[in-house]
Design a protein around this ligand. Structure first.
Ligand SMILES: *Cc1c(COP(=O)(O)O)cnc(C)c1O
Length: 369
């Protein structure tokens, strides 16, 4: 079955309910302070793929350890991709997600790049719906909380030869997420690495794969050592152009209201939050430029007052103001300055849409339960 053949799909999921689902009191205790990525719900999704059968064996089953052979390809050659999206509890108790079709298409693009099989948009959305249906009670309802959904795919052939695996598996796990900024949204400091890059021309920068993160962790550790929350990467070719943070895209706001964000070069991850921010800003009449931005332009623009706000964006933290950039040679910005006005109002608009406090005029929201 060709890896891009999405015509065979699981028509129905078999359900094996968990026999060790946590009791309500325990779940409530977790949901009162979930943090991020610490706890998992009672169930998971699995769909298997082989080159002969295509996608098959779609299951909703208890969350638990995977059993994979030590010779499994993912453990040796890193053939793995993932997605991240959230389920939001609305005031009427219903549960929704944001632009899941965009996540589905991105997973398919990542699959193509990593020589993994493509899952159809329909099956992707159905897998999300299935886990939210069975673990609906795990979707928290406090402000700014959500159920973080983590679809992922691994090569799972027990074979050490170096080629695209003939066996793969797709999973979805879910993890309740608390408000990212507990004491209110506060500007972060970021570390500009000049030693490491995350992606090069023709590489996997535009794919959401674990390998990109593995390559970024040493730079992320340097960032933590310097009291910074995130690392900023420059382009691999010239070391002058801003690409993105380890897991978030970045925007500059100019004095005249223009937003500037790095163009998609193939080494930058196409964030769905990035795309949504561009849409919202243009609707408000802002000019949005997608182009090369040098780190010098950023530094000089902040120094001269031409750049008035800087923010990062991604599903997990939504929109995060950047207060200061630190590097070996210089720093940019004032870490004590408050979050920018446009930054905060775009954040508010986006979360208002996601939580159903504003009408969904773009057809971005999908009801799950
Ligand atoms: C997931 C991710 C983003 C943000 O994408 P969203 O779709 O907005 O969540 C940005 N950069 C990298 C490297 C990512 O992996």
């Amino acid at each position: 079955m060709a890896r891009n053949d999405t015509t065979t799909f699981p028509v129905s999921f078999t359900l094996t309910p968990s026999t060790s689902a946590r009791v309500e009191a325990h779940r409530d205790e977790i949901l009162a302070d979930p943090g991020f990525g610490n706890y998992f719900t009672d169930h998971m999704i699995e769909i298997d793929w082989t080159v002969d059968e295509g996608w098959h064996n779609a299951q909703v089953k208890p969350y638990g350890p995977l059993s994979i052979e030590p010779g499994s390809a993912v453990l040796h050659y890193g053939q793995e991709i993932f997605e991240g999206l959230k389920a939001y509890r609305h005031a009427d108790g219903s549960v929704w997600t944001f632009r899941p079709d965009a996540n589905a298409r991105r997973l398919a693009r990542s699959a193509r790049r990593l020589a993994l099989p493509e899952l159809s948009v329909t099956d992707f959305i159905e897998s999300i719906r299935q886990i939210v249906e069975i673990d609906n009670a795990w979707v928290p309802s406090a402000p700014e909380t959500s159920l973080y959904l983590r679809p992922f795919m691994i090569a799972n052939e027990n074979f050490l030869g170096v080629r695209a695996a003939h066996r793969a598996a797709y999973y979805v796990i879910a993890s309740p997420a608390g408000a990212y900024f507990k004491g209110g949204v506060a500007p972060i400091k970021i570390w500009l690495t000049t030693e490491y890059t995350r992606a090069g021309r023709g590489g996997t920068g535009a794919a959401k794969c674990g390998g990109n993160y593995a390559a970024s962790l040493v730079a992320q550790a340097d960032a933590y050592d310097r009291g910074c929350a995130q690392v900023l990467f420059l382009d691999a070719d010239t070391g002058t152009k801003v690409e993105e943070l380890g897991g978030m895209n970045v925007f500059l706001v100019k004095k005249d209201g223009t937003l500037v964000t790095p163009r998609l070069t193939g080494s930058i991850l196409e964030g769905i939050t990035r795309d949504s921010i561009i849409t919202l800003a243009r609707e408000r009449g802002h000019t949005v430029e997608e182009r090369d931005i040098t780190i010098d332009e950023w530094r000089d623009g902040v120094a001269s007052g031409d750049i008035t706000e800087v923010f990062a964006c991604g599903t997990a933290a939504v929109v995060t103001p950047i207060g200061q950039v630190l590097s070996d040679e210089f720093s940019i910005g004032d870490p004590t300055a408050p979050a920018g006005e446009l930054t905060m109002s775009l954040r508010q608009e986006l979360t208002d849409i996601q939580y159903g406090r504003l009408p969904d005029t773009h057809g971005w929201m999908t009801k799950l339960a």
